[in-house]
Every structure is written in structure tokens, then in C-alpha cells.
Ligand binder design. Structure first.
Ligand SMILES: [Cu+2]
Length: 159
């Protein structure tokens, strides 16, 4: 099993445990997917957000006006001298992700909703915010200690 599959499995397990804790009886979780959207297509992009990840443990966004239904292109640049991560999630997902990253701190991501960026690197993600969100949309870096140091941006998904 490669690290990416382990990662997907651990996140799915954590989310499953979370959602089961809040599930009403009879609800079927066999087809559990991420609850905060789905991978977007470049041809559908409605908004572009430029993101800078820096060593001050901050993300800088040039806009945060994201609404339900938007397909957003994120152009993420690591302007720092250390590795950062950019991941899209919601409150529950990022909490689960943070717990998992403490167990496997050197995990590298290249998934539709998360990328790992070496210093100077720029990567692009396309995400479709097609689902209502419980809590907030949370953009986070889970390199060791970064989330705890405040490397996240929380956005209320507009209607
Ligand atoms: Cu970081």
C-alpha cells in the first residue's frame, strides 16, 4: 500500500467515525465521500483565488468570497523557505486530518483537494463547492506544527 492510499484510508476512516458519531439510525455511509465538494474541472472555473503560503504560518488569499456552487481555481505559491501544504476541507475534515498528520508527519500530498509545496513551488487545484457545508470551509497546512500555529483560513460558504 503506498502512502497516498494509506492517507486516503486514514482520512476516510476518521471521517466515517466522525459521521457515525452523529449519524441518525439507518443512514447509509457506504458511499461516504468528502462532504465539502468535489474535484472541479478547469473548463467550469468561475473564480480564481491566488494563495500565498509563507513561513510566518499564514496563508494570504486575494479573495475569499466563495459561494455554494462555485468552481474555484486555486493558484497556490509557496513563497517561503520550508515546505507547506494547502488542503481544502471543512471543520471536521481538517480536525481529522490534523490528528492523522501527527501520526504520519512526513506525508506528501498530491490529491484533488490537497497539495504539498516545496519552497518556491506553485501548484493549481480546481475545486467545486457543490455541497452545503457543516461548519466552515477550512483551508489548512498540516506540515508539522503549522495548523496548530494558525496556518489555516476559515471561510463561511456563501449561499
Ligand atoms: Cu505550512
Amino acid at each position: 500500500m503506498n502512502i497516498r492510499i494509506i492517507h486516503a484510508f486514514v482520512i476516510a476512516s476518521a471521517l466515517l467515525a466522525y459521521s457515525q458519531a452523529f449519524a441518525d439510525p439507518g443512514h447509509d455511509h457506504r458511499n461516504l465521500k468528502v462532504a465539502f465538494g468535489s474535484p472541479g474541472k478547469e473548463s467550469e472555473v468561475m473564480k480564481t483565488v491566488n494563495v500565498e503560503a509563507g513561513d510566518q504560518m499564514r496563508f494570504v488569499f486575494d479573495r475569499t468570497d466563495i459561494r455554494q456552487g462555485d468552481v474555484v481555481k486555486f493558484i497556490v505559491r509557496n513563497s517561503g523557505k520550508i515546505r507547506h501544504e494547502f488542503s481544502i476541507g471543512d471543520t471536521a475534515y481538517q480536525r481529522a486530518h490534523a490528528t492523522m498528520m501527527k501520526k504520519i508527519p512526513d506525508m506528501v500530498h498530491n490529491d484533488p483537494n490537497m497539495v504539498t509545496l516545496e519552497p518556491g513551488e506553485t501548484k493549481t487545484l480546481f475545486w467545486k463547492f457543490d455541497k452545503p457545508v457543516q461548519g466552515k470551509i477550512v483551508f489548512a497546512c498540516h506540515e508539522q506544527g503549522h495548523f496548530e500555529a494558525g496556518m489555516k483560513i476559515e471561510v463561511v460558504l456563501g449561499k
